[in-house]
Design a protein around this ligand. Structure first.
Ligand SMILES: *Cc1c(COP(=O)(O)O)cnc(C)c1O
Length: 405
């Protein structure tokens, strides 16, 4: 989409609000219509046959295409700089539809050490059962991939920043190695969003999202997205989505994600600004052992963060002195901040990965995969930052007072 007067391409926020929609095509409605329909009428029996055969454009059934979902797909593809995108019922729906399409028995997936708990379970307890080999490699050092990659490696999969410990991965370095060996790189971009990082511009083949998080942004739906080459997206639509998972995004939820996208850039700026303040305050607190936030100078991969991210996002992981029990005690003293999983909402949310989102790992696996039992994860919301800080500080101070007493 280009600016009509200057010819330069339109900015991110403009495209997040307008891309792919012209009100004159829908009776002038400024907000795109919601197509609540499961099936579509054919002009004639012959036309229906031609659409099925792919000889004529048209909608058949909302498990394959739906105009509201289609608008969301075109808009997210544009924001990620991808040729095409596919919407799913959840982030897990996206990851499974993509993997079922790309992989066959005998293939290998190389995944980073740290993954969201259900992704870890899908790979190790799911695909592993069907003859796909899963190898975990510490991808924070690309040399490890060079050593591990082989002829049967079909997919290299990672998150950056990773859920929950915030490790970053150099997308360009990893994608280069994968491509040289004929493997496709998949980046879970849920934490960064296309506002902060666009992995395809760094050489990745595919981007997946839990759109449940920042893209939706309001904690009122589940959704997932896959972005990548048009040919692959067509294959995933007709196999991984239509036949293997049936993981279809409802048109109503597509409309809610479209609404969320309109404020994505604004929200990410606020999430990032507030998270920076929270990370600094936590780091300065005597009850806090360690803070993992890419914006901190103390973060081991701060240079990569500055190179690869436009800003540092709304997610922080930290450990309280005294380990798991002390961390849970801090969580229990919070009054404004909700104890809840998920992330990217307007509300600040806090959770304990070892007993919640990452309990799909065994304790030994968590140790191997760098997910410390004392880690607490916070999704910094959009509330007035002083209120978020006050709540966290009173919860930490009460801990010091208890110890002193
Ligand atoms: C939440 C999450 C998922 C799974 O998405 P759902 O929408 O809950 O299915 C995948 N990856 C990451 C990084 C997540 O945070």
């Amino acid at each position: 989409m280009s600016d009509r007067t200057t010819g330069r391409s339109a900015g991110f926020a403009t495209r997040a609000i307008h891309h792919g929609y012209d009100p004159t095509e829908a009776e002038g409605a400024v907000t795109p219509p919601l197509h609540l329909t499961s099936t579509f009428a054919f002009e004639s029996a012959e036309a229906g046959g031609e659409i099925f055969a792919g000889e004529r454009k048209g909608n058949v059934y909302s498990r394959v295409t739906n105009p509201t979902v289609d608008l969301l797909e075109r808009r997210v593809a544009d924001l990620e700089g991808a040729e095409a995108a596919l919407a799913n019922a959840s982030g897990m729906g996206s990851i499974s539809a993509l993997m079922w399409t790309l992989l066959s028995p005998g293939d290998e997936v190389i995944a980073d050490q740290t993954l969201y708990g259900c992704t870890f379970a899908f790979l190790n307890h799911g695909l592993g059962k069907f003859g796909v080999k899963i190898t975990h490699v510490d991808l924070t050092d690309p040399a490890n991939l060079e050593r591990a990659i082989g002829d049967s490696t079909r997919v290299v999969f990672f998150e950056t920043p990773a859920n929950p410990n915030m490790r970053l991965i150099d997308i360009a370095a990893i994608s280069d190695i994968a491509r040289a060996h004929g493997a496709r790189t998949v980046v879970d971009n849920t934490y960064a969003t296309p506002v902060l990082t666009r992995p395809i511009e760094h050489g990745a083949d595919f981007v997946v999202h839990s759109a449940t998080k920042y893209l939706g942004g309001h904690g009122d739906l589940l959704a997932g997205m896959i972005c990548g080459p048009a040919e692959d997206m067509a294959a995933i639509r007709m196999f991984g989505l239509k036949d293997m998972t049936g993981s279809v995004l409802a048109p109503f939820n597509a409309m809610l994600v479209l609404r969320g996208l309109k404020t994505l850039e604004l929200r990410m700026a606020r999430h990032s600004e507030s998270a920076m303040s929270v990370a600094r305050a936590l780091e300065a607190h005597r009850e806090v052992e360690i803070v993992h936030y890419p914006g901190l100078e103390s973060f081991p991969q701060h240079d990569l963060a500055k190179r690869q991210m436009a800003d540092f996002g709304g997610m922080i992981a930290f450990e309280v002195k005294g380990g798991v029990a002390a961390g849970k005690a801090v969580m229990n003293r919070l009054k404004l901040i909700h104890r809840a999983v998920s992330l990217g909402d307007a509300e600040t949310l806090i959770q304990h990965p070892a007993s919640m989102t990452h309990s799909t790992y065994t304790p030994e696996e968590r140790l191997d995969h760098g997910i410390s039992d004392g880690l607490v994860r916070i999704s910094v919301g959009l509330e007035t930052v002083e209120d978020i800080l006050d709540d966290l500080m009173q919860a930490l101070e009460a801990g010091s007072a208890e110890k002193a007493a």
